[in-house]
Design a protein around this ligand. Structure first.
Ligand code: S3P
Length: 438
């Protein structure tokens, strides 16, 4: 088990880069794997979650060459070229990998089984299995949880599906299965969720229309390989957007970050709280918009977070709760019950950690109420149980900028699921964090 020991530091300062986008890296492996031809992917995230997807695609017969740091070449097997795996595919800690692979494998003429680590084995999978069954897939879960067992299927049919929860993973699972279905597949979203699958499918030559909350996919004969440049992960930049905002001096520039508007709800939320943010140097990486983000310290104020921004910031709430603790007045988050079924119950685990550091907060069924303190040292030193959740561990690291004593964060190995070299990047930004293995 490894832990972080984080000493208080006064300033976040400098210019940093965060590693590649996790959602886009998973999708590049999957779509590249079933395309015709070779897809070159630069900026690929070599994190544990994406490596789980890479291993799974290899077991299914896709050749993936690792050419250098963050640079891979995926030799597509073609839409009908995947081979059965001899054993269960282990998706590690990754809900995205498991749900998207369920969609991809639902229409294959061979059986598959998906398993994961202790956290993933407790997460809900029926949300993906249920619409796939409506398409004709034969999928079993164990009381709604993994293992996910998928029987061979040659005859999926397109459906029109209204998502009961705003989930890009479920939307993507249905669209991936839709590639193998007879007839068009339509997904209706209750709220906008990240659209990387739709954007990338277009790049691979598949016809996808998205308008007014409805996404329609016509099954293609084939996908054509393409080159992809993966931007920096906005969700990894989130820790530094909060760090720069709560810092007592300095300021940070985060370079080359993906700013797809379906991901950047945190920018809007922080702006409402009075943060000093500038998005500059706009450019694009293929289908995805990219920019540099500059953040300077600001006196934040507590707000009621607008619920329509919740799905657009769904992975950023652990970091946002730290910002809220440093804001003047009360911040209220509601409509975020999805946080309870992430890598941990992020409402319960964050509230426990905040309270351990002396923050005044209440747990709500679907969010949290935090009474912030804008001045001085907001957090006492103390010990945090991360519950093995990468984003909890990184969020409390950032709290050290306003801490009165050291923060000891337990069980941080899973930071590598999304942010390899976090300690190096955090150190470059002025934080004083060291990793200790027991
Ligand atoms: C993801 C979708 C989101 C997000 C996850 C990545 C994706 O999950 O929390 O980290 O890549 O599609 P949900 O679809 O469960 O909201």
């Amino acid at each position: 088990m490894s832990d972080y020991v984080v000493q208080p530091s006064a300033q976040a300062t400098g210019s940093i880069r965060v590693p590649g986008d996790k959602s886009i890296s998973h999708r590049a492996l999957m779509l590249g794997g079933i395309a015709d031809g070779v897809s070159e992917v630069t900026g690929f995230l070599e994190s544990e979650d994406c490596l789980a997807t890479m291993r799974a695609m290899r077991v299914l017969g896709v050749r993936v060459d690792q050419l250098g740091p963050q640079h891979i070449r995926v030799h597509g097997a073609g839409m009908r070229g995947l081979k059965p795996a001899a054993h269960a595919l282990d998706m590690g800690n990754s809900g995205t990998a498991m749900r998207l692979m369920t969609g991809l494998l639902a229409g294959q003429p061979f059986a598959s089984e998906l398993i994961g680590d202790a956290s993933l084995m407790k997460r809900p999978m029926e949300r993906a299995a249920a619409p796939l069954r409506l398409m004709g897939a034969k999928i079993e879960t164990l009381g709604g949880k993994p293992p996910v067992k998928i029987s061979p299927s040659n005859d999926l049919r397109g459906i029109r599906y209204e998502l009961p929860v705003a989930s890009a993973q479920v939307k993507s699972a249905v669209l991936l299965a839709g590639l193998y279905a007879k007839g068009a597949t339509e997904v209706i979203e209750p709220a906008v969720t990240r659209d990387h699958t739709e954007r990338m499918l277009l790049g691979f030559g598949c016809s996808v229309d998205a308008a007014h909350g409805m996404i329609k996919l016509e099954p293609p004969e084939r996908l054509q390989s393409c080159s992809l440049e993966v931007p920096g992960d906005f969700s990894s930049s989130a820790f530094f957007l909060v760090a720069g905002s709560i810092s007592r001096g300095g300021g940070l520039t985060i370079k080359g970050v993906g700013i797809n508007p379906t991901r950047t709800g945190l920018l809007d939320i922080l702006a409402l709280m009075g943060a000093d943010l500038r998005v500059v140097n706009h450019r694009s990486a293929g289908a995805e918009p990219v920019a540099d983000i500059e953040v300077r310290p600001a006196r934040l104020k507590g707000i009621q977070v607008p619920e329509h921004l919740v799905p657009l910031a769904i992975d950023e709430f652990p970091a946002l709760f730290v910002a809220a603790a440093c804001a003047n007045g009360e911040t209220i988050v509601t409509g975020a019950e999805e946080l309870r079924v992430k890598e941990s119950d992020r409402i319960a685990v964050m509230a426990k950690g905040l309270k351990a550091l002396g923050v005044d907060c209440d747990v709500l069924p679907d969010g949290m109420r935090i009474r912030g303190r804008p001045d001085g040292q907001v957090f006492e030193g103390g010990t945090i149980e991360s519950d093995g959740d990468h984003r909890i561990a990184m969020s409390f690291t950032v709290a050290s900028l306003r801490a009165a004593g050291p923060i000891h964060i337990k069980d941080v190995a899973n930071v590598a699921t999304s942010f390899p070299r976090f300690v190096t990047v955090a150190t470059a930004a002025g934080l004083n964090v060291s990793e200790q293995s027991e």
